[in-house]
Design a binder for this molecule. Structure first.
Ligand code: SAM
Ligand code: SF4
Length: 342
């Protein structure tokens, strides 16, 4: 039986941040240049994943920061394979793709990674440079080329977009890259990739978020629908994305509307940072997480760690996104995205 929180939501997904560092500095995210002190070891990460699976997590998403910077990534994925017998269904990774060489993609696949989501917020050098915080168009052109190559490396390694094993994420920000909606949709259609358009979220404090910078999902869908008609597929239970199929048969596009159409009601995600702090909401305040390191020390039994994680999940009442307007909570401080694990 999965652990169920105070609002009746079962634990289903563990999002594990492997590093708070990144090789980009997207202005909407702005990661730390350095790791927090007290990074977990591979063994400690495995203990956390094991406990989460025992509490009902069926999906593990490895993220960051940029998870390809974590040198033991493949070793961790390999070590997780034994947990499939305990109920782990899938292991997924979110990456900006810059470090995804053909060889790395093969190594990840052989280690047992099931799904890969690559992030790309523009289809031309100027927009990539703007969204990724790069110095100039030349750097934007290099990054764009690297991500486009990464998509093909992933495909060749066996991450098949037709089965949902390879997807593309794009954050859309008003006044910055909303002109990229149709070009990104075209790119997804040409390459057979499901594009997931993410509303710009009020995670972290460094990005200076304002509601005026959000392009609501409904407006994104309308823009695409006017060019390529769409049919609603809905949002899977516990899912983050509302999916739409192209009426002409060219695949699907999705929107993650966590600002305009929050989905806290069935949120099943537990986040653990690279230094072992558990957060039960993406919009949590800094310092509000539960430090799990005391339960990762020698002499502590797996049952004690299991109990500590069960306790924090059972007490969970977060529904920030559903209450942000009413409570004016956007003015409260938020932990940073790259630290929490996006
Ligand atoms: N570095 C990897 C990447 O960019 O894919 C993984 C970590 S990143 C934090 C995970 C996802 O969060 C990315 O797709 C990124 O675009 C998204 N993201 C970061 N900050 C965001 C924000 N303020 N609003 C919406 N999405 C955001
Ligand atoms: Fe790095 Fe991903 Fe944040 Fe961009 S969104 S700065 S790639 S962690």
């Amino acid at each position: 039986m999965p652990a169920v929180d105070a609002l009746g939501r079962p634990l289903g997904v563990l999002r594990l941040s492997l590093t708070a560092r990144c090789n980009l500095a997207c202005p909407y995210c702005l990661p730390d240049g350095q790791e927090p002190p007290g990074l977990l070891s591979l063994e400690q990460r495995l203990q956390l994943i094991t406990a989460a699976v025992a509490l009902g997590a069926r999906s593990l998403r490895l993220t960051g920061g940029e998870p390809l910077l974590y040198p033991q990534l493949e070793a961790l994925i390999r070590a997780c394979q034994a947990l499939r017998e305990q109920g782990l269904h899938e292991i997924a990774l979110t990456s900006n793709g810059l470090l995804l060489s053909a060889e790395r993609a093969q190594r990840l696949r052989s280690a047992g990674l099931d799904r890969l989501t690559l992030s790309l917020d523009g289809s031309n050098p100027a927009s990539v440079a703007t969204m990724a915080g790069l110095a100039d168009e030349a750097a934007g052109a290099r990054a764009l080329q690297q991500v486009l190559e990464a998509i093909e490396h992933a495909r060749c390694a066996g991450f098949d977009p037709a089965t949902g094993a390879l997807k593309l994420n794009a954050v859309i920000q008003r006044g910055r890259n909303e002109d990229q909606l149709l070009p990104l949709a075209a790119l997804g259609r040409q390459r057979g990739l499901e594009l997931r358009l993410i509303e710009y979220m009020d995670v972290g404090n460094r990005n200076g978020w304002s509601g005026a910078d959000v392009v609501p999902a409904a407006a994104m869908v309308q823009t695409i629908h006017e060019r390529w008609p769409l049919e609603a597929m809905g949002r899977a239970q516990h899912g983050t994305a509302n999916r739409w199929r192209y009426s002409d048969g060219h695949g699907a596009v999705a929107v993650v509307a966590s600002v305009s159409e929050p989905f806290c009601g069935d949120c099943n995600r537990l986040r653990i940072t690279a230094d072992g702090i558990a957060y039960t909401c993406l919009f949590a305040a800094p310092g509000s997480g539960v430090d799990l390191r005391p339960w990762l020390q020698p002499g502590i039994t797996p049952a004690q760690l299991h109990q500590a994680m069960a306790d924090l999940w059972i007490a969970r009442t977060d529904r920030y996104s559903e209450t942000r307007e009413r409570t004016g909570a956007t003015k409260q401080p938020h932990a940073e995205m790259a630290y929490l694990g996006g």
